[in-house]
Design a protein around this ligand. Structure first.
Ligand SMILES: [Zn+2]
Length: 513
């Protein structure tokens, strides 16, 4: 039996993270993948909602650490690394603590796992960085969202099952509105409820519907493809802030302000290109809240999305990456994240990706940089910056290493001196020049000298192991030259706080170290 502690956290400010419940579910799903065939017991530490990651002074977190120290946990899972702490040195100390108590540490969204050699390398790297840490990670700036309260009208497309289109007027525009067909709505609700159950696959769902005679009332018949399309459609959900977060996290352009996601209305996903739900970046799509009432509760609907997504992940593990800088690039003018967008294919058949300000694309409150920020250019530039930074770290290592060597020499001299004293003491004792009192004193002195000598040896060992750690930087500087996407992303995630793009296209990299 494995005992896994799950630590979710959401801070007061909208920190772009999913709700605590979703974080827990994502961890559980990930645990089921990596610890398959093992019996798992979960302990949830979820009382830290509203606490920031500035320090570790959080009740549930303290409880978690107490359990780690008491040996009650085999593994600790978070959904993202920054849930634990935003301070690198705190984070490293915590990882050390986990290691001491043989507790694995896993982050589900970043596929980070201290028991893998790759994870181990990152941990060593973090330890080295922590030594050089000068400024702690800056708290994420809260974003003042411009108030946009628009709800949209139906953006076209085929009429979704369960509804009919009736003419209406919204914002003085003649348009169409979705009106429910009760018998069909009943079926849709049933489909979501059945699929939300753990054991029900799409195939099984189809079988159940057929067996129960619940074919579509319009005379057609269900297929797994049709069911999958239906289940993905936000038209049916009672869209609340969790649904907003779900799409926001996928990079979808949010047309309606989050304050209107009250859990009442359905929403529509639309865009000018054909939407590929398997692509990691959905920034070519927009989500608008509609005026019809949703019919499926958000937790059931989101559960279904997670199941569908998990199926996709299994079938599509090598997804086409957008940029290894994704999530780090920010527009200076409006402080919104910049996401990658695919450009047109040029004459030589290449497709260029570029970074686009979401304040411009979603919220129309920013004009964004005046020049095109090609992802490739930015990646190359940051790649060079990291190479330089690693070279700097290597240089700093060399200097400290020189210092260490000097200290080791000095320690060795001290040991020599102690050994000399020990020898003198022993000689005197052997010569028999002591009475009982003096002999007791001499013994005491001998013990003291031995203790000092051992302490000096320990210090030398300590300095030597520090050198081993520093080799990681040297190795990383070497392997950075051949780093793949995953490694680049991991290094960028650790080293970079954010990359700020100004209006004239100039770039500032803010480092975590
Ligand atoms: Zn902007």
């Amino acid at each position: 039996m494995l005992t896994i502690g799950i630590y979710p956290r959401k801070s007061v400010y909208r920190d772009n993270s999913d709700s605590v419940q979703v974080q827990v579910q994502l961890c559980k799903d990930y645990a089921a993948i990596i610890y398959k065939e093992q019996e798992i017991e979960f302990k949830i530490y979820d009382k830290d909602e509203g606490f920031s990651g500035k320090n570790t002074n959080r009740p549930s977190f303290q409880e978690l650490m107490a359990d780690v120290k008491a040996g009650l946990l085999d593994s600790v899972m978070v959904y993202k690394l920054d849930r634990i702490s935003r301070s690198l040195s705190d984070f490293v100390n915590i990882l050390q603590e986990f290691k001491e108590h043989k507790v694995e540490f896993v982050s589900s969204q970043e596929s980070f796992d201290t028991s893998s050699p790759y994870g181990e390398m990152i941990v060593k790297l973090l330890m080295v960085f922590a030594e050089f840490e000068r400024t702690s990670i800056i708290n994420r700036v809260t974003q003042a969202y411009a108030h946009r309260s628009e709800m949209g009208f139906y953006m076209g497309g085929r009429q979704p099952y369960g509804f009919e289109l009736v003419p209406t007027v919204i914002h003085n525009v003649k348009t169409k509105k979705l009106s429910p067909i009760p018998a069909e709505v009943e079926q849709v609700r049933y489909i979501f409820e059945v699929y939300a159950q753990e054991s029900v696959s799409l195939r099984r769902l189809l079988d159940i519907l057929v067996a129960e005679g619940k074919q579509p009332l319009n005379g057609s018949s269900w297929t797994t493809a049709k069911l999958s399309t239906l289940l993905k459609n936000p038209i049916y959900v009672k869209a609340d802030s969790d649904v907003y977060d779900y799409y926001d996290r996928h990079g979808v352009q949010m047309v309606t302000d989050v304050s209107l996601f009250t859990g009442e209305y359905g929403a529509q996903l639309y865009g000018h290109t054909k939407h590929d739900p398997n692509a990691p970046d959905w920034s070519d799509m927009k989500l608008v809240l509609l005026t019809h009432s949703g019919i499926v509760d958000s937790d059931i609907w989101l559960k279904c999305q997670r199941k569908l997504e998990k199926n996709r992940q299994i079938g599509n593990s090598v997804s086409n990456p957008t940029s290894w800088l994704a999530g780090k690039v920010v527009c200076e003018k409006c402080d919104h994240t910049m996401t990658t967008i695919k450009g047109k294919v040029n004459k030589s058949g290449e497709m260029r990706r570029y970074f686009n300000c979401t304040g411009r694309s979603h919220k129309k409150t920013c004009t964004g940089p005046k020049v095109t920020i090609y992802a490739e250019d930015l990646e190359n530039m940051v790649y060079e910056c990291i190479s330089e930074k690693l070279a700097d770290l290597k240089e700093m290592n060399r200097t400290t290493r020189k210092g260490d060597t000097a200290e080791v020499n000095e320690l060795k001299l001290k040991i020599k001196a102690i050994e000399k004293s020990e020898k003198q003491l022993l000689d005197t004792m052997l010569a028999g020049g002591f009475n009982d009192d003096l002999l007791a004193l001499a013994n005491q002195k001998a013990t003291q000298l031995k203790r000092d000598r051992l302490a000096l040896y320990e210090r030398i060992e300590d300095l030597k192991s520090r050198e081993d750690e520093k080799d990681v930087v040297v190795n990383l500087a070497k392997s950075w030259k051949t780093a793949d996407y995953k490694r680049k992303k991991a290094v960028a995630m650790i080293m970079i706080h954010k990359i700020v793009i100004s209006e004239d296209g100039s770039t500032k990299v803010l480092w975590n170290i």
